[in-house]
Write a protein that binds this ligand. Structure first.
Ligand code: NDP
Length: 283
């Protein structure tokens, strides 16, 4: 039977450590803050924004939200980002995605001061990750690394297959595993013989965005399986990209959905906010 990797508990552990750092900064008179920009009123986005603000509150980080109408112009949104970039009281800036189709997402993300880019999406931060320099790392892949390390799973020398090559999950995930000395293969929609490729993985990280696509036939016995996917099924329950029931008996360790990778994303966002505060105050 596989070890179930408890993302909720590990996320709590990380937030507890961050709270101690934040409390110590407060004793020195430093109060960090995060600005969250939301465009429109998409209910899913509103839930994500509210969860991020709650996480800030629980850790003692000030959060400020800026709600802009769905039809806001790109220029107005860019102006708001400039205001936050220039405001020394704002340490982190986050623009909730997706943005409406009339707004160029890339232009918006590129406009955020890289030292305040707590999502780690700015090209300078992405480049820093690639060449192994200091910078903000995309929260979900950074969370997967913490899940593996804090579960005592050895990464160095292991063959890791990452399914998915998106800019926010698959690509940074592969680079981070490489940084941890795994031998990494990236798979995507044009990959041939995906099933047999996955069966060569010691660590299989799935960010494919297809509910329960990865079945037992994709798994080498004893592999570690990390499921990044999140889907709401018709019965309202959540499931991942991995068929948990089928895969779990073969794996040595596996993340559940919910309660695996999901809670780590917000914990790592808080980690990036703390990094940004330290950077701004030269700590
Ligand atoms: P994207 O849709 O941007 O990327 C999916 C990737 O999977 C693409 O690279 C695509 O390949 C590849 N792919 C699609 N179909 C196949 C296939 N049949 N075989 C092999 N590869 C395939 O998704 P994201 O990276 O944004 O997200 C992935 C999943 O993670 C989603 O379920 C999302 O909801 C979840 N997620 C969870 C988060 C969390 O906090 N837990 C945070 C972010 C995402 P190609 O490039 O060739 O099109």
């Amino acid at each position: 039977m596989a070890k179930i990797i408890d993302g909720k508990a590990i996320a709590e552990e990380i937030k507890h450590e961050l709270k101690q750092e934040i409390d110590a900064m407060k004793e020195r008179g430093i109060e960090g803050s995060l600005a969250v920009i939301q465009v429109g009123t998409d209910p899913a986005s509103s839930v994500y924004v509210s969860n991020k603000k709650k996480a800030c509150e629980a850790l003692g980080i000030r959060s400020e939200s800026c709600e802009l109408p769905e039809d806001v112009t790109e220029e107005a949104l860019l102006r708001q980002i400039e205001i936050y970039n220039g405001n020394p009281r704002i340490d982190g800036i986050l623009v909730q995605l997706p943005l409406p189709p009339h707004i160029n997402e890339k232009r918006v993300l590129d406009a955020i001061d890289p030292t305040k880019d707590v999502d780690g999406f700015h090209p300078l931060n992405v480049g820093a990750l690639l060449i192994g320099e200091k910078g903000m790392v995309s929260c979900t892949p950074a969370g997967v690394i913490q899940l593996l390390k804090r579960s005592g799973i050895e990464i160095a020398g292991k063959h890791c297959v990452v399914i998915g090559r998106s800019n926010i999950v698959g690509k940074p995930m592969a680079v981070l595993m490489l940084r941890e000395n795994a031998t990494v293969t990236i798979a995507h929609s044009k990959t041939k013989n995906l099933e047999s490729l996955c069966r060569t993985a010691d660590i299989l990280i799935v960010a494919v965005g297809k509910p329960k696509m990865i079945k037992a036939s994709y798994i080498k016995e004893g592999a570690v399986v990390i499921d990044v996917g999140i889907h709401r099924m018709e019965n309202k329950k959540l499931c991942g990209d991995v068929d948990f029931e089928g895969v779990e008996p073969l794996a040595s360790a596996i993340t559940p959905v919910p309660g695996g990778v999901g809670p780590m994303t917000i914990a790592m966002l808080m980690h990036n906010v703390v990094l940004a505060i330290k950077e701004h105050y030269g700590l």
